[in-house]
Design a protein around this ligand. Structure first.
Ligand code: CA
Length: 249
């Protein structure tokens, strides 16, 4: 069961976030675009469309030329390729057309493939996993402040209000190719995944996210989280997408 919602927030003129839910593919994506006049929206749209196209197009095939290939490895590389191709397409468009110059996007994608969850991301859009009543952040932001915190140079509290909190060092579209982080987890029945843009996590912290994701169904939780981010200022576009695993086969 899944639900995604996006909202322009209270401070921005338009919404540059995009998300995708494809329940047939068990594919979920959140992308947070930026740059250019209409570039941000366009970049995040290219991103979600490319990822869907690639995951749909590449047939899952356990064997390749008679050699045994691990299906998890195939799914992992397929998702990595989808994000890299999205980045290349955005980069090309941005280089060709003046109005799209400088556009880019973050992306976080979840592919549920049998008993595995494959998570790919670039930038500071996040994926959280809620299991056994506890929520954990699965993705590590490719942001200046996250790196400072990791290296012990900044506290998590200071990172939240730091003037460079929005600076990310990896995204899709700013260069031709980009490194994509991909992780694989064993899925359990009852797992809940939250994919979101920084417009949500800038206003709502991890424990609070857990209260909503654990306390309500995907639709109600998404709606309430967006409301909460707006009540606290709605500084940026806000996207929340929640997927709950009802059965594992
Ligand atoms: Ca944002």
């Amino acid at each position: 069961t899944s639900c995604g919602m996006t909202d322009v927030g209270l401070k921005r003129g338009h919404n540059e976030d995009n998300f995708l839910i494809n329940e047939e593919l068990n594919l979920f994506v959140v992308a947070d675009g930026m740059g250019g006049h209409a570039g941000g929206e366009y970049a995040s749209a290219i991103c979600v469309n490319t990822i869907e196209e690639i995951v749909m197009a590449i047939e899952m095939n356990g064997s390749d030329g008679g050699e045994e290939v691990d299906p998890v490895e195939i799914a992992r590389e397929r998702l990595r390729y989808a994000l890299r191709l999205a980045g290349r397409r955005i980069f090309e468009k941005a280089s060709q057309e003046e109005e799209f110059h400088g556009m880019g996007t973050t992306a976080v994608a979840l592919l549920l493939d049998g008993t595995n969850a494959i998570v790919a991301h670039v930038g500071d859009s996040r994926l959280y996993l809620m299991r056994d009543g506890k929520i954990q952040q699965v993705t590590e932001d490719h942001s200046f402040v996250a790196r400072q915190v990791k290296e012990g140079l900044m506290s998590e509290e200071d990172a939240k209000s730091h003037r460079m909190r929005n600076v990310i060092y990896r995204s899709l579209g700013y260069q031709e190719d980009v490194e994509v982080d991909v992780q694989v987890y064993a899925v359990r029945k009852g797992d809940r995944f939250l994919l979101c843009s920084d417009g949500l996590t800038g206003h709502v912290d991890g424990d609070e996210l857990g209260e909503y994701v654990g306390g309500f169904g995907p639709q109600e939780a998404s709606r309430r989280l967006i409301e909460l981010a707006c009540e606290r200022g709605g500084d940026d576009n806000i996207t929340a997408l929640i997927a709950r695993v009802e059965a594992v086969d």
